[in-house]
Design a protein around this ligand. Sequence first.
Ligand code: S3P
Length: 429
Amino acid sequence: MKLHKSTPLRGEISVPGDKSISHRAVMFGSLAKGVTEVTNFLQGADCLSTISCFRQMGIEIENTPERILIHGKGLHGLSCPERILDVGNSGTTTRLMSGILAGQPFCCTVNGDESIQKRPMKRIMTPLSLMGADIGSLSGNGCAPLRIQGRPLKAIRYSSPVASAQVKSCVLLAGLYADGITSVTEPVLSRNHSELMLNYFGAQVTAQETADGATASILPDPVLEGRSVKVPGDISSAAYFIAAGLLVPGSQLLIRNVGINPTRAGILQVCQAMGGQITCLNETSESGEPTADLLVKHSSLRGTVVEGRLIPALIDELPMIAVMAAFAEGTTVIRDAAELKVKESDRIAVMVENLSRMGVRIEGTDDGMIIQGGAPVHGAEIDPHLDHRIAMSFAIAALAADGETRIKDADCVRISYPDFYRDLQSLQN
Ligand code: S3P
């Protein structure tokens, strides 16, 4: 993919459905009784992996461009898959589904691509083992492939060392099959889509925030009922257009129907702190998730500090924020974000590698990055290391940089946003 400095971006765009919510709709719909209808489902490779895994466990899922229909069989309706469950590149599928599998009356193996085979799974194996689950890493290194022999589980109160929605959701889902109330405390509240959607399907999940952290608790063995889910646009996908609108001189964009759940919307706060002009219009909610249209205008940006409690609310947007920082006046510091090292790629190392190639002064730290902004940025050869969010972040960097940028393996965006380049082009009048 070759990209160049852009003319002003103008017009309206609707980004695809939220990835986290799309995964959960398929999983919870499969465990519910009756039909779940999902509209604006994200047809990205990750969510298709979730569909294929649940189909392999006997769930009929009709997938059409307008909607998906999941013919759920209830909490105890999954059947033993005949083959290995292939999660592709999807950490969300791996970790959430493992929580469900830990409570099933069958044994199965879960595996995925090279990236998945490097991602840490001890963070779910530890709490699941405490619940009495039989789960092991077949490679012996704490990563996939995982072998899971399901069995009845014990309720626990788990204190998670990381603020991770995937760990929290895994434990809550295992809690559906436990012998009492299961609770998870995390140091800072991570995205709460599981809590909201499980309640929407009829489970009983309560949430509490104190100075020591955020706790979610779930009652076992609920009757989940099929529901209709309207998936809001993904703020993590909207982030690329927010950045493009802010960075490319003369731009004005309206991004329609974006999910602005506060546990996800940290990017808006950071852009505002950098001096970005973003206005939320038409705020409403869809299936319990708040949404808005975002009006974005080109702005002169300044550096900022991104840290602390905000990090989980923008974890997937940090590559895009690092790019914005390169074009902002002054220094930007990102800290408390060591989780970046264990995403689809090591996002600290990969951002340092590629922003350096564009002439940006950037230093990687143990838990983030320090970026000196404001100097000229030039096009370069970008290697996203097959990470969709890195590829999209640099496609936006290219629009504001001098000269040509070439992105290797650019089609890795299919993981979360198959039509990304087409949608971006539609705004370049
Ligand atoms: C996700 C949670 C986040 C995020 C990932 C999706 C989810 O991961 O980075 O892209 O859907 O629960 P962690 O919870 O591990 O931080």
